[in-house]
Design a protein around this ligand. Structure first.
Ligand code: NAD
Length: 486
């Protein structure tokens, strides 16, 4: 049963482990990206609701026999119970995300249902084997014990493009560390956050450990600057990240920022460009989730010796991708998440043309979709890396193919960007690709593939952010280290 058939109108907010009456009558209305029909609504949290959510998290955190004091083993088991509850709701979660933001259902099943469960299970296992205190000889005599303590109440803010996965990147390590959270989803994707609340309620997490405040920028800003928040974990645009960093700088509040990207996909002159071999991987690394993915290699760097061939391959890839309703299992390119997002993408397509780039394929709204915020997969050739479409994050299915003369030139162009989040190198010689990958200024990079690994750090350099999520070290984002000398 789809939300379009049965819109979901939720009356309460999930605060303190209960469904509580909101303090204001404001509501967030959610519209299907594929059909433009209203599919549900939730209460818009007010400042008073945020105060209540932070207070509930504080009470849960300070409980002398509560969550933050539990043995790591017990916390790990509770995380597993949350993973089980989410897994049981996997198909419904994938559908809710797909209907809201237009993510193709096949992608949503993998990346919004299965991936968060895998991340939770990873941290459940990790915390079970993590020591709270480790002692070693004091360098000047005696013993030092280093103790890891949870930082306290965390504000976690997620964007709409991978709402569940990017929330999990925050709550899974924060919970493992013993923190309590107030989670603010993006207004475009609030219905999935309510299903997440149901999973939390049914899990073994004590009341108040996770609280959810649906709202927009203002509520996000209010939460970030709330006096009782100890740490902020944010994923979103670089512009919002700068504002949050300013607030956190003023308050001396620890913050991790996962921001925008404009990564390079470097095609080496020995790359195997047979789409029947690499098509799926190439799609995942450059056009996943309708181009609305932060790590995508949207600047295709092609050797002059094979330039026309690379352009043809990407044009063939773009033309081969079925464009359609996000709930159709055959769809690989769904709509943009919102009308505003489509306007943004279309304005960049116009800018690309105006700046003299050559439109090879796409660039319009697909003729067969008369509803929904669709844009055809679009390939520009003869792009100069200084042009706006090569420097700015478009966040849609638009790729720019940029020529390079030799490997040094490719690395120079790849690094000539304000961003540094993802990227790929394509070559039939893995050692050669690795040597190039090492030279790219970025937080993550793939060789003939790209998929973030829950057990390894993920994040960006330059304007793509500060800090890392995932991997064993991400737990320390949510811990204080205390040295005890004896
Ligand atoms: P956005 O910055 O507009 O919003 C992200 C979230 O922050 C939303 O919940 C929003 O309500 C909230 N917000 C916005 N301004 C705020 C402020 N001043 N204070 C507090 N909260 C605020 O981004 P978006 O359009 O929702 O998401 C797309 C962006 O996210 C893209 O730039 C994309 O690259 C980036 N992103 C980055 C990563 C990563 O891991 N680096 C992953 C996914 C998306």
């Amino acid at each position: 049963m789809t939300l379009q058939e049965h819109p979901l109108h939720i009356e309460h907010l999930f605060i303190g482990g209960q469904w509580t009456r909101p303090r204001s009558s404001d509501r967030i209305r959610v519209v299907s990206a594929s059909t433009e029909q209203e599919i549900g609504s939730v209460p818009h949290a007010s400042e008073g609701d945020v105060d209540a959510a932070v207070a509930a998290a504080r009470v849960a955190f300070e409980d002398p026999s509560g969550w933050s004091q539990w043995e790591p083993e017990r916390r790990g088991m509770a995380l597993e119970s949350l993973a089980d509850q989410l897994e049981a709701r996997g198909e419904e979660m994938a559908q809710r995300v797909a209907e809201q933001n237009g993510m193709p259902i096949a992608v949503a099943r993998q990346l919004e249902a299965a991936f968060p469960v895998a991340v939770l299970r990873y941290y459940a296992n990790l915390v079970k084997s993590s020591a709270v205190e480790v002692s070693h000889p004091h360098l000047l005599g005696g013993t030092t014990t280093v103790r890891r303590e949870p930082v306290g109440v965390v504000a976690a803010i997620a964007p709409w493009n991978f709402p569940q996965t990017l929330a999990t990147f925050k709550h899974a390590p924060a919970l493992a560390a013993g923190c309590c959270l107030v989670l603010k989803p993006s207004p475009e994707t609030v219905l999935d956050s309510m299903l997440f609340a149901e999973a939390v309620e049914a899990s073994d997490l004590p009341p108040g450990v996770i609280n959810i405040v649906p709202g927009g920028r203002e509520i996000g800003a209010y939460l970030v600057s709330h006096p009782d928040i100890d740490k902020v974990a944010f994923t979103g645009s670089t512009a919002a990240g700068r504002q949050i960093a300013e607030t956190c700088g003023r308050l001396l509040r620890p913050v991790t920022l996962e921001l925008g990207g404009k990564s390079a996909a470097i095609v080496l002159d020995d790359a195997d460009l047979d789409l029947s071999v690499i098509g799926e991987k190439l799609f995942g690394a450059t056009l996943l989730n309708n181009g609305q993915t932060c790590f995508l290699g949207t600047r295709i760097l092609a050797p002059r010796s094979r330039y026309d061939e690379v352009v043809d391959v990407f044009a063939a890839l773009a033309k081969s991708l079925p464009v359609g309703d996000a709930l159709d299992p055959a769809t690989l390119i769904g709509p943009m998440a919102s009308e505003r997002q489509r306007e943004r993408v279309e304005s960049y397509i116009a800018k690309g043309r105006g700046d003299g780039a050559r439109l090879v394929t796409g660039g319009r709204r697909p003729a067969h979709m008369d509803k929904g915020w669709f844009v055809e997969p679009t390939i520009f050739a003869d792009v100069d890396n200084r042009q706006a479409i090569a420097q700015e994050e478009i966040f849609g299915p638009v790729l720019s193919v940029i020529p390079y003369s030799d490997v040094d030139d490719a690395v120079r162009i790849a690094n000539d960007s304000d961003y540094g989040l993802g990227g790929t190198v394509w070559s039939s010689d893995p050692e050669r690709a690795l040597a190039v990958a090492r030279r790219v200024q970025t937080g993550t990079i793939g060789i003939n593939t790209y998929l973030p690994d829950p057990s390894s750090p993920f994040g960006g350099v330059k304007d793509s952010g500060i800090g890392r999520e995932l991997g064993p070290d991400a737990m320390s984002n949510f811990q204080h280290f205390k040295s005890i000398y004896s």
